[in-house]
Structures are given as C-alpha cells and as structure tokens.
Design a binder for this molecule. Sequence first.
Ligand SMILES: Nc1ncnc2c1ncn2[C@@H]1O[C@H](COP(=O)(O)OP(=O)(O)OP(=O)(O)O)[C@@H](O)[C@H]1O
Ligand SMILES: [Mg+2]
Length: 376
Amino acid sequence: MSGRKWKIEELRPGLTGEATFWPNPVEGSEFPLRATHFDGRRAPKVVLTRDPRVVAGAPCLVRITAITKPERDDRGTIEVEWIGAAPFRIESVWLDPGVSKKLQVLLQSGLNILLDGPQGCGKTVLARAIAQSLGFEFVFFNCGAVIDAVDFFATIQVRASASGAPVTDFVKTEVLEAIERAAAEPQRRFLVFLDELNRCQESARNALMPALDSTRRVFHPIENRFVPIPDNVLFIAAVNRGREFTGTFAIDAAQLDRFAPLQMDYPPPEEEVKLLAQRHPDLAATLLEHVVAVADAVRRAPDLAGTLSVRATEEACVYLQHPLYAGDARNAVPDILRSSFCGRFSGRAHDANSDAGAVWAVIAGKLRELGYRVGE
Ligand SMILES: Nc1ncnc2c1ncn2[C@@H]1O[C@H](COP(=O)(O)OP(=O)(O)OP(=O)(O)O)[C@@H](O)[C@H]1O
Ligand SMILES: [Mg+2]
C-alpha cells in the first residue's frame, strides 16, 4: 500500500481499480464485504460491495458504481462491482515462466495441485506465497508422520481420567479444522498445504487422494460420519522427488482426478544469484555467482546420492557475509562449501568412497576451474 489517500473529487463512478475485501464488521449491513483501499491508496470513504463474485481476501479488479454523500467527510460510501480477479503476482518466489502460466490456469480452474520438485526448490514458499497473494488462509500440514488415512484428520491423545485410568481423546488436525471452518465461513478461502505427501504411508495416501479430488468428502473420525469438503478449500500437495526417491515414489496417477501435477525445479543459476543477492546485499556478486555455480555443478553431476537445495546455497551465504568471515570471504569459500554442501550427504568429505567425498570431488573440481586454490 503506497501513495497518498484518494481525494473524493478524484473518484467517480466508472473508475476501475484493485481492491481486497474482508467481511464487513457492521452488523446487519446489506453489504457483506468491505475494503479500506482502492488501487493501493487509502479510500476517503469505506469501499463496499454486495457483488457475490467478490471473495474475501482475494485481490480483485472492481468498478465504482456509486458514491454516496460525496460532500460529507464523515459519512457516505463507495460502492463497487466485480470485474475480474486481480493479476496474479508472486514476488518473493522465482517461478519458471511456463510453470507460472500453468499455475495461474490451475488456480483459476479450482483444480488441486501437486507440486513435484527436488528438495528445497521452493515448493513450500510457493504454496505460502499463493495463499498470501490470493487471500487464502494458509493451513500447513506435514504428512511425514501419517500412517493411516485417519491421521490426516485426527490424532489420538491419551490422558489420565479423574480416576487415573487412561482415556483416549480424538483431537482434530488443522486439516479437519480448516474443512469445518470453510463450511461455517463460506466467504473465506482456505489453502491446505499437504507437505511431503510422498513420505506418508502409501495406503494412507491412496485412501486420501480420491477423497480430496473425486468424491470431495472425508470421514470425520470424531463425529463418525462423512463430511463434504466445501468448494472454498483448495489443496496443494508437495512431493519431493529427489534422485534418492526415484523408483520408490508412486502415487497412482489414475487416482489423481482433480490433482494436477506441476513440475518444479531449481531456479537457473542467474535467478538463484538474484534471489541470494536480495537476501545478502553486502556479499560480493562474484562470491554469490561462485557459490551458485558450484551448487549447480553438484546438481548436474551424475550418480550422486542426492542434490543440493537452495537452503544449502543460502547457508553458505550466511557464513560468507558474517563479520567473522567477511574480511577474507574468498579464501573461506572452499572450507564453507565443504561443510555446508558436503555436510548434507552421508560420510565425510575426505573419504572418497562416501557420498560426501563424491560431492567434494565435484566441488573441488569446480572451485579450481573458478581459480580457487583447493587442498585435498
Ligand atoms: N524458487 C525459489 N524462489 C525463492 N526462494 C526459493 C526458491 N527455491 C528455494 N528457495 C529458498 O530456499 C529455501 C527452501 O525452500 P522451500 O522450503 O520452499 O523448499 P521445498 O521445495 O519446500 O523443499 P523440501 O522439499 O525440502 O520441503 C527457502 O528459504 C526459500 O526461500
Ligand atoms: Mg517443503
């Protein structure tokens, strides 16, 4: 939100702009939704709409239809109607332009999305950014601990009763709470992010997917009945299909009726350098480029037992810009990459037979190519 407040003389019916609406706190108002800003600037009167196409929290384009009591500073309203969704923008995450286009189509069509990409390529930050930019409430659920389909919706907690005997309670998960809230609050939208879906038991996953896509109903283990999943709940799942998962990863494609897979990958080196430069503005550009070039070499190397996430390059930058290293950052690069990059693999960098050793060989080769002096 920037710029000065609108003057009422500058606004007139027919004018269009962007606005984000929230439930109108005035009880009994004929306008269920209200905004305080119009096109990024504070509005001189409350902006109201009763257009059913407007969704709370989702930025949209609107047209002013009426301004009441323009002469009064303390009263009056600006009424608007919906023209369309605001242009889709995600600023904090780098997305391949082709993927971005597909994502926009999928989000408009209401399809659930399966983000498929290697470790640390931005799946989680992307899901959060989508929620933020489209006005969804973000619900994070890690599937890593799921054994049975019920675990998505409730966990069992055992406590001692007054007599000391153990009693078991079902406690709703965030997923079930979101489904219930979505039914109760149809004007809000919820994005349920199922992280690491590939890590949960295959049977649980196979039971869940058709419930989310084709039948859109799930079993409520506390109320012992099926409940529908309201349309204002969108699911985005993430699967991490690093090299180490190849072959073991199996989601039955035929079951993914309304889950559209979207393949992601690491940003290209020049984009990763830009991302890191934004976060570490004091670091020399050449150092950033070298860190990313080495990571890229590791990612491209055949036959390694894993890959390097953007977290690894970030970690290297955190070291390099620290005052303890900053004075002599260039000379510290080999040592820092050795611990930050090789440390993510099993074994030791000096053991050529271990995964870490194989990674070190790639790193050392690339560093020499870049003019660094590297010991064994
Ligand atoms: N495309 C990207 N754009 C911006 N930041 C990114 C991108 N990819 C990775 N990052 C950065 O790297 C870190 C890891 O990203 P994130 O957690 O989203 O990865 P992920 O794909 O969910 O990984 P995992 O498979 O391990 O869950 C974050 O700090 C994020 O800022
Ligand atoms: Mg993640």
